[in-house]
Every structure is written in structure tokens, then in C-alpha cells.
Design a protein around this ligand. Structure first.
Ligand code: PAP
Length: 324
């Protein structure tokens, strides 16, 4: 996809650029959530500012590994797993920073942290530096696109993503379910108007790139990680260059990491029940809702389900990915 290069020299120019973008005030969120359309995806103003800055100045380094995802498709879990895999020799189990820190604060995200914070983090790490992002592939900073950095992309059943997204932004906007009709949220999402734009386009962008450079990509399906975590964690560790030794496997290191990063464990930690992130001001508990496969059945009408099935058949059937 073609994107025009954006040059912004100061805060004022940034403000002006954003003011000129198409805006969407999400009606179902009662005016609390305004999205801006930039390079064919919708985004919140503050996050967009960080993304534009990153497009101008972010420098990917050879040991960076990018953890890419559409919102609500398993980012928090992926970050916890990758962080645990990489730091497994630094911390004994009872001391992992994950016990006292939100996974999002262990691995920075482009768009969420500012560039300075990410650069400091890159400077500190001497081995693998995982960095996460929700940016669609076509809008990634040039230095990432031209680098030989590895990318992990996690994706999830579209219907569960919609439900997860609905609750997350509804709670961010402090609205009850009665005040934020699910049907309206569904309708916007279906038309590609949601945080980081069309889910289908997001997947298509990363899928296409992964087919062009298969060695640099590792795609993980949330539901597969749930049904077979051992195998998937093993493959993830190999891909990011931190494979488990036979001795580690025998000693149960993989199982310990799976337990540490499990929804049951993380969602019951004090930091994730009552803490809030220093970087993105929402309660940490919002990242840990139910983590169930198929929760969409509690929200979707038959008609909604059919619409999504049809959309997937039309747009994603040739990709080899199973999204239903
Ligand atoms: P983000 O994009 O805002 O970071 P992300 O982590 O991708 O969100 O998605 C949150 C979903 O992952 C939530 O799903 P739900 O709304 O259907 O419940 C959340 O519960 C789930 N999740 C968070 N941590 C884990 C985990 N450790 N294992 C499995 N699922 C998890």
C-alpha cells in the first residue's frame, strides 16, 4: 500500500497535521473516543503523535525483534512470554519482574512509549530487544521495513477480538454496557472504524509481508497458543533466537514459563488487579478480562456472526489463515 512520507518538524506542525486528518467521533462511546484517519488506519491522537515521530526518527537495530499485533489479539500474553523466554536466566521464578510489573511495562511499544524511552531501552539491552507495536505493516517506520529484524505476529478469532475491543474501549471511556450498545460497536468495527483500523487489512498486511520474507516472520494464532502452549512457546523461543536446551525442557522450564504467563496467574497479581501503567493511563485490569475462546457467542446475534463469516470468506480465504 502506498503511504505518503510525513515530515513534521515541531509540535505545532504535528498539531496542524492531525487537525487536517479525517476525524470520527465514536457515537456509541458518547463522544469520549475520537479517532483520526492516517495512512488508511484510525488512531487516537496521542498515540498517533508517537507513531508519526517514530516514522520520522525510529532506528531499528539488528537485535530488535518486533512483536506485532492488532489490539486485543493477544499482545499482553505474547509480551509476557517473550519477556520470560529472554530473561529466564536472569531471574529465579519467584523474582520475575512480571510478578510486579504489567507486561506492557516490561516491553515497550511504539505508539505507547515515546521514542526517547524506546531508545533508552534499546541502548540498555545487549542481546534480543523485543519491541511491540500495533502499527499496520504498511505504516511501520522505514527503518523497520528495510531492516532484517524478525517479526512475530499474533492474531486471533475476529469475533473474540470484537468483543474484547468493545469491553476495553467501553471501560476506558467509563461507560456501562447499557450506555454503550454492542450493536453500534460491532457496526463500526465491521466497517473498519476502530483503534488501528480494519482488522482484516491489518492481518492482510502482515500476512503478505510474511509470504514475501517467510524467514523473518513467525505467525502465532492466539487459539493455538491456548490449545498447545508447550509446542508454541518452544517454537517462539527458537524463532527469537533463545531456544530451550534439552536440559531446560527436562527441568520443566517451558512449563514454568507457561504457568508464570498464564491468564490465571497474571490476572490475579496485585499489580494487574489494581495497578495502572505509568505509560498508558488505563487500569491494568483492563488488559485481563476473561481470556476465553468463543466468548463472542454471548454477544453476537446470528446475523452478526454471518456478516463476519462472510467478510472473512471474502477477504481472507486465500491467506491460509483461519480466523473464524
Ligand atoms: P492490547 O492490544 O490492548 O495489549 P491484548 O493483550 O492484545 O490487548 O488483548 C487482551 C486480551 O487478551 C483480553 O481478552 P478478553 O477481552 O477476551 O478477555 C485478555 O483477557 C487476554 N489476555 C490477557 N492476558 C492473557 C494471558 N496471559 N493469556 C491469555 N489471554 C490473555
Amino acid at each position: 500500500m502506498e503511504t505518503t512520507k510525513t515530515e513534521v518538524k515541531c509540535d505545532k506542525e504535528m498539531e496542524e497535521l492531525i487537525k487536517r486528518l479525517p476525524q470520527h467521533n465514536c457515537r456509541w462511546l458518547k463522544g469520549t473516543f475520537i479517532l483520526y484517519k492516517y495512512q488508511d488506519f484510525w488512531c487516537l491522537e496521542n498515540v498517533l503523535k508517537e507513531i508519526i515521530s517514530a516514522q520520522q526518527s525510529f532506528k531499528a537495530r539488528s537485535n530488535d525483534v518486533f512483536l506485532c499485533s492488532y489490539p486485543k489479539s493477544g499482545t499482553t500474553w505474547l509480551k509476557a512470554l517473550v519477556f520470560s523466554i529472554i530473561t529466564r536466566e536472569n531471574f529465579v521464578k519467584s523474582m520475575s519482574p512480571l510478578l510486579t510489573t504489567l507486561p506492557h511495562d516490561c516491553i515497550p511499544s511504539i505508539g505507547r512509549a515515546n521514542l526517547h524511552q524506546i531508545q533508552q531501552y534499546q541502548n540498555k539491552s545487549c542481546f534480543t530487544t523485543p519491541i511491540s507495536t500495533h502499527i499496520p505493516h504498511h505504516s511501520l517506520p522505514e527503518s523497520i521495513l528495510t531492516s532484517n529484524c524478525k517479526m512475530v505476529y499474533i492474531y486471533r478469532n475476529m469475533k473474540d477480538v470484537i468483543v474484547s475491543y468493545y469491553h476495553f474501549v467501553r471501560e476506558m471511556s467509563k461507560l456501562s454496557m447499557e450506555d454503550a450498545p454492542f450493536e453500534e460497536a460491532f457496526d463500526e468495527f465491521y466497517h473498519g472504524i476502530s483503534y488501528f483500523g480494519s482488522y482484516v487489512n491489518h492481518i492482510l498486511g502482515y500476512r503478505k509481508a510474511s509470504l514475501e520474507r517467510p524467514k523473518m516472520f513467525h505467525l502465532i494464532k492466539y487459539e493455538d497458543m491456548k490449545s498447545n502452549p508447550t509446542n508454541n512457546v518452544k517454537r517462539l523461543a527458537e524463532f527469537i533466537g533463545h531456544p530451550f536446551t534439552i536440559e531446560e525442557e527436562k527441568a520443566g522450564v517451558i512449563e514454568n514459563i507457561i504457568k508464570l504467563c498464564s491468564f490465571e496467574n497474571l490476572s490475579n497479581l496485585e499489580v494487574n488487579k489494581s495497578g495502572s501503567s505509568k505509560i498508558f493511563p488505563v487500569g491494568n485490569r483492563l488488559y485481563f478480562r476473561k481470556a476465553e475462546v468463543g466468548d463472542w457467542k454471548n454477544y453476537f446475534t446470528d446475523e452478526m456472526s454471518e456478516k463476519i463469516d462472510k467478510l472473512i470468506d471474502e477477504k481472507l480465504s486465500g491467506t491460509g489463515l483461519v480466523l473464524k
